[in-house]
Design a protein around this ligand. Structure first.
Ligand SMILES: Nc1ncnc2c1ncn2[C@@H]1O[C@H](COP(=O)(O)OP(=O)(O)O)[C@@H](O)[C@H]1O
Ligand SMILES: [Mg+2]
Length: 482
């Protein structure tokens, strides 16, 4: 009989980012809503950084690529020319409505590009006309960026067949005559043409990486995002009876929660919040996620307990209160796939062989903590300008558990914090609440139970309770966790 393997250091953990991960389909964990996303029931994926928003899109892409009757386009808003989009707003409207027309136009042009790929779509004449429209205006298929650039360079106009505008030419060649017209005029025509198309195919548009360059204080950026939600939802509803159009938008939860708009409530049924747990054999299980990666690389004795097969999980050298090596790792994360996988990857950089034990995990903790802090920084920096001095005051205090009075005293020694509080009319508690919101600190109850926001999103911050530093930061903050 072939031998089983138990060498942790032979597991391939994959890249930090799901985008472009060619092995993803060998260890992808299907979340319960996955089929619903595929069907178009869910259109909005909300989750913290590293919770697997892109992974879902990437996996859908993998599936679609293998099907003759499904098409997709990935629209990254990374390095998106926001200013160009702003200039294209409809000045006759107010608030987010200004930006809905341009987003709708962008959406429809991308959808057209997909539809014309279906060789069996009818009526042929409609498809030919759409194709001509795309080819003559947006020849290089570079997505939103190209469309915006072309609009900006042509006084917001695109060329369409004269017949679209009801202008009849004299000769039979009139069909070929193109007329420049404002893009907003074209939106309705495109919508009508699409509604007339008969196609058996599904068309997916994926929106990702909207968080690049995000700042909470930029109110008009919030409007832009709200307008995008509206444009997607409107377009979906207007087309769903006619064509199988499935938009999917991924957005970081901190940004989503900052968008204040009554409209967003209406999206509740079509939205999922990615939230993982530790339990094995349950939906959203991080242990299963790790097991899947192990099983994709190794043949272990018990695939359902793959982690136990390659670790000294109940290492006797663990601190007294911690039952397993897994718990030690897990307590240093925000319960997000990327955190767990990253910890494993850092462990695997140190050369050992055989099963992973507590010593190896302990050695990796310093690098992990550095990385974890940077991830946290990426999230908090646009929400709290003084995040750095605020963390510094915890470091200076040098304790894993502290009271409001203690941390206040420390914060008052920092002039940056003092100025911030004065100028923004905020209190120490407000600052601490932000730290609580992003998980650096939690509350410790009288009965010594700890509470972190990432475990329960509805948990209110209680400044009167003791606070404790998240274990993922203890190495970085040079605090003794136990
Ligand atoms: N459902 C999943 N199954 C397997 N791995 C996942 C899953 N979701 C996320 N991951 C892994 O977690 C990491 C972060 O995922 P990613 O999609 O890049 O996060 P986000 O886009 O939310 O920031 C990647 O390594 C990815 O492979
Ligand atoms: Mg992503």
């Amino acid at each position: 009989m072939a031998k089983y393997e138990d060498n942790f250091w032979r597991v391939y953990w994959g890249p930090d980012e799901a985008k472009g991960d060619e092995k993803l389909n060998t260890y992808f964990i299907e979340i319960p809503e996955y089929e619903g996303i595929k069907r178009g029931d869910y259109r909005y994926i909300i989750g913290r950084k590293g919770t697997g928003k892109t992974a879902i899109i990437e996996q859908l892409t993998n599936e679609i690529d293998g099907k003759y009757n499904q098409f997709h386009k990935y629209l990254s808003l990374k390095n998106f020319p926001i200013q160009t989009l702003r200039n294209l707003k409809d000045k006759t409207k107010g608030d987010k409505s200004q930006f809905v027309p341009i987003w709708t136009f962008l959406l429809l042009t991308e959808l057209c590009k997909l539809i014309i790929q279906d060789e069996n779509a009818t009526p042929t004449q409609n498809v030919i006309e759409l194709e001509l429209f795309i080819k003559s205006n947006f020849p290089s298929d570079l997505g939103f960026n190209e469309t915006l650039k072309i609009l900006a360079g042509s006084e917001n106009k695109v060329s369409v067949l004269s017949s679209w505008l009801g202008i009849e030419g004299k000769s039979s060649e009139s069909l070929e005559v193109l007329t420049p017209v404002h893009f907003q005029k074209v939106t309705e025509i495109l919508g009508n043409l699409i509604r007339n198309i008969k196609s058996d195919c599904s068309f997916f548009l994926f929106f990702d990486e909207l968080d690049e360059g995000y700042s909470v204080n930029d109110k008009s950026l919030n409007l832009l995002l709200l307008a995008l939600f509206r444009a997607i939802e409107n377009t979906y509803i207007e087309l769903k009876e006619y064509i199988d159009f499935r938009p999917v938008l991924a957005l970081r939860s901190d940004i989503f929660e900052n968008l204040e708009d009554n409209d967003l409530n209406k999206l509740d049924d079509y939205l999922i919040n990615l939230k993982w747990t530790t339990e094995s054999q349950s939906p959203y299980s991080l242990l299963d996620l790790v097991n899947a990666r192990i099983n994709a690389s190794l043949r272990v004795e018990n695939p359902q307990k793959a982690w136990e097969c390659i670790s000294v999980n109940k290492d006797p050298s663990l601190p007294r209160k911690i039952a397993t090596v897994w718990d030690f790792i897990y307590n240093r994360t925000f319960e997000r796939p990327r955190d767990v996988v990253k910890y494993m990857k850092i462990c695997s950089k140190f050369k050992y062989s055989g099963k992973i034990n507590f010593q190896a995990v302990k050695t990796a903790e310093r690098d992990y903590s550095e990385w974890f802090f940077k991830e946290f920084r990426d999230e908090i920096q646009s929400h709290l300008s003084i995040w750095q001095p605020a963390c510094q005051s915890i470091i200076k205090l040098g304790k894993g558990v502290f009271s409001l009075d203690e941390i206040k005293l420390e914060m008052d020694k920092d002039s940056l914090i003092a100025n911030f509080l004065k100028n923004s009319n905020k209190t120490h508690e407000d600052v601490l609440e932000k730290l609580f919101e992003f998980g650096v600190i939690g509350n410790l109850s009288v009965s010594k139970k700890w509470f972190f926001k990432y475990k329960d999103n509805n948990l209110p911050f209680n400044p009167d309770q003791k606070m404790l530093v998240h274990f993922g930061f203890s190495k970085k903050f040079r605090i003794n966790a136990y």
